[in-house]
Ligand binder design. Sequence first.
Ligand code: ASP
Length: 441
Amino acid sequence: MKFYMQVLIALGLGLKRNWHIFAGLILGVFVGIWLHESQNHAVLMTLTFIGQVFIRLIQMIVIPLVISAIVIGITSVGDSKQIGKLGTKMILYYGIITAAAVSIGAILALVFQPGLGAAHLINSDIAGDIQAHVAATIEAQRGNLLNIILGFIPKNPLASIASGDMVPIIVFALMFSVALAKVGEINRPFVSFFESIFAATMKITDWIMCFAAPGVFALTAVAVSSFGLDIFASISKYLGVLAIGFAIQFFVVYPIFLKVFSKVPVLMLYAAMAEAMMVAFGTASSSATLPLTIACCEKRGISHKVSSFVLPLGATLNMDGTAMLQVVAVIFLAQAYGVVLSPFLIVQIALLAIVASSTCAGIPGAGLITIALVLNGLGLSPEQLVAGFAFLFTIERITDMMRTLLNVTSDAVVAAAIADNENEINYDLLNNPEEYGDIIS
Ligand code: ASP
């Protein structure tokens, strides 16, 4: 074998797994650009298959993992006062982070005005089938907030499990776990049962992560191939505002948040979460990334008690990246259509985005469905709504990847802050990346 090949292989084997995933991600971008140009069907099909295998493998363990994590987390907290205290702090922290995201999104969109003069972009080149799909989605969401909230309470928990509805599953798991905690020692066999399930699902996560680099590579390539680079030129202002907003949230808001509410070193936390962040970007799904988010947190110093309580809830409730996108997108459309943005309307958009983002599932594209809740308040004509929505739809995937990365990172940021406040963090582990290595044990 040629010497340089030997060096490359040695480098590949010697590098930590997160570098493999990172390489897969970068390579995925280039292959995706090539695929967009060449439209090579066979390669596209193969990569789609590989990506789907990876996503399905992680999706397979999400439900047993979430239920067992919540049961163990809450029963280990024990008394209901403590659970209440932890829950209140979690909601407060998630609220602060999401409020910061919508404020930054609104300020940036109002200052840079990406939608001014953009009406022609919205009305051009939208395929009829997308229009039809979009019209149905908007109709389904109209005035639907109460129904959405009602849907959080499962009529039949087993049916929710079978159909994979995360929020009702979590609501049931929470109630059930609090009840288990209340009944005392008699809960032992049941809790041990869930401890076994949790340990086994974590083991499966380890195995699946061996497949993360090719999985993230394939998912990224397929996603990039669907839009190519030409789209960036025409809507660069909109994407630019979003990218700045996401960057401020990631590089400024989270570090300030951690500084104010804890003593967690942000760089160490980001290093610990690197694999989860990249998988979030590749899969565009907080729920699918959840096994990894939990594994990264727990193996790198954040206690099980905190991470198993805070992270599953965060993966469905805390969507600060999604909320920011919704605010920027809605203000963009309002500007494009010449809607007067009164301070009252802006506050309404921001508040609705907080609600709409937290009702959205942690799956690809969910944020663009619940955005209809925010859009409906704008007073646009049905045709404008459909065209505007369809425009967002055509550039959905790239913004989804970015906002999901934020959604997952902020879950970990809040979990780390709470763990710090509760003395549930092992700093010796978190501050020494050479100690913790890969999440593969
Ligand atoms: N894909 C996002 C997530 O899973 C939700 C969304 O904004 O569509 O976190």
